[in-house]
Structures are given as C-alpha cells and as structure tokens.
Design a protein around this ligand. Structure first.
Ligand code: NAP
Length: 250
C-alpha cells in the first residue's frame, strides 16, 4: 500500500516535486495537467490530462482514486483551478496544500507599472505607438486587439493561432527557462520599449525582468489574482517536508 498523491501541475515546480516524490517508495504520485500545451515536456510520474469538470468533478476523482493528499502546484495565475482544488478537497475530505512561488520583489532600478488585469495593461501602454514585448497565452492576448497602434513581439510555447487582429505583430515560439543575457539581446534586437508580464515568480522567466532593469525598460506587471486561503509552501523542499509531516507512516 502506498499513499496516493495527486499533484495539480503545469509548472516546473510540480515536475520537480513529482520527481522527488517518485523516488520515495511510500508515495504513488499522479500529475494532472490541463492539456493546454501541445507537447508538454516529459514528466517523471504517470500523468492525466484535461479538466475534471469543476470542483465536484475533482472531488469525485479524489474519492475514486482514494487520494490521500492533494497538492495544488499550479501556476499562481491559475486561480480557478486553485479555488476548485480547495473546494474539492473540502467536499472529499482530503487534505490539500499549495506549492506557490513567491512573487518577484521590486528592486531599486525596476521601472514597474503595476496593473490589475490584462485590459488595464492594454490601457497602460497609452495611445502613442510603442514597441511591446508580450509573453502571454492566446486568451490573454485578445484584449491587445483593442490597441492596434502598437508593434508587438509575442512569445509563446505554442503558436498563436489564429493570429491577433493587429497589423504589426511578430510571433516566436520558445520554452523557458530564459536567461538574462539572451533576453537582453532579444529586447535590444527588437528595440523593445515596454514589456507586459505576469509576476510569475521563480527563476525561469525572471530573465526578461532583470534584462528590462539593466536596459531601463518599463515593465507593465499584471498583479496576481486572488488565491484561496490554504496551507501553502513556496519551495519544493518545503513541500516535501510538509507532506512528510502530513502523511502518517505506512
Ligand atoms: P485556470 O483558469 O485556473 O483553470 C481553468 C480550468 O482548467 C480549470 O477549471 C480546470 O478545468 C482546468 N485545469 C487547470 N489546471 C489543471 C490541471 N493542472 N489539471 C487538470 N485540469 C486543470 O487555469 P489556467 O490559468 O488556464 O492554467 C492552465 C494550466 O496551465 C494550469 O495547470 C497551470 O498550472 C498552467 N499554467 C498556467 C499559466 C498561467 O499564466 N495561467 C502559466 C503557466 C502554466 P475543470 O474545471 O474542468 O477541472
């Protein structure tokens, strides 16, 4: 008998946690992905893909699989899934913890402009044409169609299809981590004047923030959504020791 653990993933940390737990014979770990990226990177444990059908669907799944612990290791902007996780854990009476990266903190030379949403980020760009670097998903990009005066450079994991309805957009596909030196070259090479980004936290996408600081480029930073109150940790190490305490020995 092993402790059955479900990790809600889609982040580097979820993969790292799964990998560490897979080495521990006490745990049988399954990783859940939403199925947003076409070819997700290989995972170190069995994977299930696709939504559960809301909190009730996830609660059913937890009961059916006799899950002993739910770990919400989704991205800090995946607020719906995080709310569902807390509600499902309550319904199925399963303990839950969240693994959430700490947000990046502003440093002295950062030129951050905090906004609460993507539409606010679009407004923050202003009326005059600017050269903008965007690293958002397709759904989040749609509001930028309201500001066709800007020149956009858009980077995503999968191609943005269909393309945005704006006259000046260049697309590139790439998967992180992105280091500062490469980000600096990209920003300079494309004469970027402003970046729109989420405060994802963690090192993998910090390169553009550090590069923007070095180059004096403004960053319009979309603030994190409100996340549910739940026991949470910020690192894989802390998650491992918390899980160790939560689950009784077999
Ligand atoms: P979301 O808005 O919070 O979730 C929307 C729906 O997608 C959920 O209600 C759920 O469907 C399904 N879902 C989300 N994460 C899932 C998971 N790990 N396993 C199974 N179903 C999942 O989420 P999102 O912002 O679209 O993000 C989707 C996934 O991409 C997440 O797993 C997240 O970790 C990853 N990701 C997100 C971002 C971001 O900026 N949002 C960035 C990097 C990675 P049902 O209600 O049907 O269960």
């Amino acid at each position: 008998m092993k402790h059955s653990i479900l990790i809600l993933g889609g982040t580097a940390e979820s993969r790292q946690l799964a990998e560490r737990m897979a080495r521990d014979t006490r745990y049988a770990v399954e990783l859940s992905l939403a199925g947003r990226t076409r070819s997700p990177v290989e995972q170190p444990v069995p994977v299930r893909i696709g939504g559960f059908g809301g909190a009730e669907g996830l609660a059913d799944y937890l009961r059916m699989q006799d899950v002993k612990l739910l770990v919400d290791a989704t991205h800090p902007y995946a607020a719906r899934m995080s709310r569902n996780a807390v509600e499902a854990a309550r319904l199925a009476d399963v303990p839950v913890i969240a693994l959430r990266r700490a947000p990046w903190q502003r440093k002295e030379d950062d030129r951050w402009h905090d906004v609460g949403s993507v539409p606010q980020a679009v407004s923050a760009l202003g009326d005059s044409p600017r050269r903008v670097f965007l690293t958002l998903g397709r759904q989040e990009l749609l509001p930028f169609e309201a500001a066709p005066q800007h020149h956009y450079l858009i980077r995503s994991v999968d191609p943005i299809e269909p393309a945005l309805d704006v006259p000046q957009a260049r697309y590139m596909t790439d998967r992180g981590p992105f280091v500062e030196a490469d980000e600096m070259a990209l920003l300079q090479g494309n004469e970027i004047e402003v970046i729109v980004a989420k405060n994802s936290g963690g090192p993998a996408s910090y390169g553009k923030i550090a590069a923007a600081r070095a180059l004096g480029i403004e960053v319009v930073l979309i603030q994190r959504p409100e996340l549910p109150e739940v026991a949470s940790v910020e690192s894989v190490e802390d998650a491992l020791s918390r899980i160790d305490h939560m689950l009784l020995p077999l």
